[in-house]
Every structure is written in structure tokens, then in C-alpha cells.
Design a protein around this ligand. Structure first.
Ligand code: NAI
Length: 255
């Protein structure tokens, strides 16, 4: 993990940080000096392990339970972060999941809503909860974790998920326009195939093989490689980026 960014004195909140990309992002932000709030939903053990690893590295972190699909949960997540660490400078909207591969005739209204809420509404709720403070302080960065699926429509059985992730890219652009005049930058990343629990749940070994065959770099990505791009967007090195979505996919998809 690199130490190429300077987040000393900054407070970061990462949603869904008990595993995978969120966990790697929390660790990378902390390794570069941020005090980090690790949000988790059900995986308390994963959040605690992340916190312990950050503390063992000499940085500060707290773990906070909240369901980011609920406005009340998001409100208390942000309030606790501010009370315990200070005003939020960096928000990473990472929580998300496909939940279940379903084609249109199998996709219930409830499952559609659940996936849209988890991958899209959650980002709106978290951004709304930090926006006033960031605008007032004329500082802050938001990084939304979208997906290659949001660009391509996704693999079969993911229209609920890919639609939410596509919406997140549009949301990123619209919010970037609103907040840029206040000195707040909003950007997104769009990972390709990254080695996390996500694919353990949703992709068979055969599907993984076919993915790798279509990746010019010849391998899947690591959560740490994605975390580096999140850190870049959160840093002053990206001071002129607003409303951008960075692809990180080993060349699998080029716009
Ligand atoms: P993951 O399953 O390890 O991470 C998802 C996280 O979201 C988990 O920590 C989970 O506990 C959390 N979460 C789920 N529901 C929540 C809720 N209601 N409230 C708070 N947290 C909740 O998988 P991964 O891959 O690290 O996923 C992270 C993000 O990256 C997701 O948004 C995913 O859609 C996105 N992504 C992943 C890709 C991959 O290839 N792994 C590719 C493109 C995007």
C-alpha cells in the first residue's frame, strides 16, 4: 500500500468497509494519514478486524454500524463520525451489492427496490447528510463506487444492479455541478472485475475464467489497486477533477 497521499488532519467515512474494496479504501486512507470511520451493516467482525489493522499501523479508526439504505441510519452514522472524529472531509460511498442474479421475469418489485436503494439511494442519503457541512467549510471530497456494469449493462441477471450503478454515474455528474461552486469535488470510480466476496457470491469459476480471458492485463484486480484510485480522487492530486468516473478494469472496457 502506498503512502503517496497526504490526508493528515482529514476525517474519512467509508461505507461498507468491513470487507473488500471498502476495507482496502479505509486502510489506504488511514495509511495516508486520515482518521477513518469504518461503516458496516452486519459484518461487525470484519469491521473490527479492519479497525484493529489500522490501529496496529499507528492510525486512528472507529467502526460504526448503520444500514445506509435508511435515512435515520445514515443520519446517526454521520453524527457519530462527526462527534468522535470531527467534520467529514472525505466520503466514500462504497456499500453495494448485486444481492442476487435475476433476469427480468424473475425480478420482483421488492428486489428491484432493494438493489436500487443499496447501490443508489444510499449514496444520495450519505451525500445529503454530509453536504451542508462540506459546503459551509468550502471543502470536501466525495467518491462514489460505481461499476463497469453501470457502463455496459452488466452480465446477464444484473439489470437492477447495473441500472443503479449507471444512475450513480449520472448522480455523480449532477451533484458535482451542484457542489463544485462550494469547493466540494464529487467523482466516481468504475471497477471491473475485482477479487472480493462479490465474485465468490455472484460469479462461478467458469465465469471468472471467461472474464479474465477478456481482460487485456490478463488478471482480475485487487481491492488495494482500487483503493489507490479512491485515494487519488480524494487527494489534492485530483484537484481539477469533478463529475469524473474513472474506469479501473485492466482494460476490460474502454469508453
Ligand atoms: P463486498 O461484498 O466485500 O463489499 C460490499 C460491502 O457493502 C460489504 O462490506 C457489505 O457489508 C456492505 N453493505 C451491504 N449492504 C449494506 C448496507 N445496507 N449498509 C451498509 N453497508 C452495506 O464486495 P466489494 O466487491 O468490495 O464491493 C464494494 C463495492 O464495489 C460495491 O458497491 C460493489 O457494487 C462495487 N463493485 C465491485 C466490483 C467487484 O468486482 N468486486 C466491481 C464493480 C463494483
Amino acid at each position: 500500500m502506498s503512502n503517496s497521499f497526504d490526508f493528515n488532519g482529514k476525517v474519512a467515512l467509508v461505507t461498507g468497509a468491513s470487507s473488500g474494496i471498502g476495507r482496502a479504501a479505509a486502510k489506504a486512507l488511514a495509511a495516508n494519514g486520515a482518521r477513518v470511520a469504518i461503516n458496516f451493516h452486519r459484518n461487525e467482525a470484519g469491521a473490527e478486524a479492519t479497525r484493529q489493522e489500522i490501529i496496529a499501523d499507528g492510525s486512528s479508526a472507529i467502526a460504526i454500524q448503520a444500514d445506509v439504505t435508511q435515512a435515520s441510519g445514515v443520519q446517526s452514522l454521520v453524527e457519530r463520525t462527526v462527534a468522535e472524529l470531527g467534520p467529514i472531509d472525505i466520503l466514500v460511498n462504497n456499500a453495494g451489492s448485486l444481492i442476487e442474479r435475476l433476469r427480468i421475469l424473475e425480478l420482483t418489485e421488492e428486489r428491484w427496490d432493494e438493489v436500487i436503494d443499496l447501490n443508489l439511494k444510499s449514496a444520495f442519503l450519505c451525500c445529503r447528510a454530509v453536504a451542508a457541512s462540506m459546503m459551509e467549510r468550502k471543502a470536501g471530497v466525495i467518491v462514489n463506487v460505481s461499476s463497469i456494469a453501470g457502463r455496459t449493462g452488466g452480465a446477464l441477471g444484473s439489470i437492477h444492479y447495473s441500472t443503479a450503478k449507471g444512475g450513480l454515474i449520472t448522480f455523480t455528474k449532477g451533484l458535482a455541478k451542484e457542489l463544485a461552486p462550494f469547493g466540494v469535488r464529487v467523482n466516481a470510480i468504475s471497477p471491473g472485475v475485482i477479487d472480493t466476496r462479490y465474485h465468490e457470491q455472484f460469479s462461478t469459476p467458469e465465469v471468472m475464467k471467461s472474464y479474465v480471458a477478456g481482460i487485456p492485463l490478463g488478471r482480475v484486480g485487487t481491492p488495494e489497486e482500487v483503493a489507490e484510485v479512491i485515494c487519488f480522487l480524494a487527494s489534492d492530486a485530483a484537484s481539477y477533477l469533478a463529475g469524473e468516473t474513472i474506469e479501473i478494469n485492466g482494460g476490460m472496457f474502454m469508453d
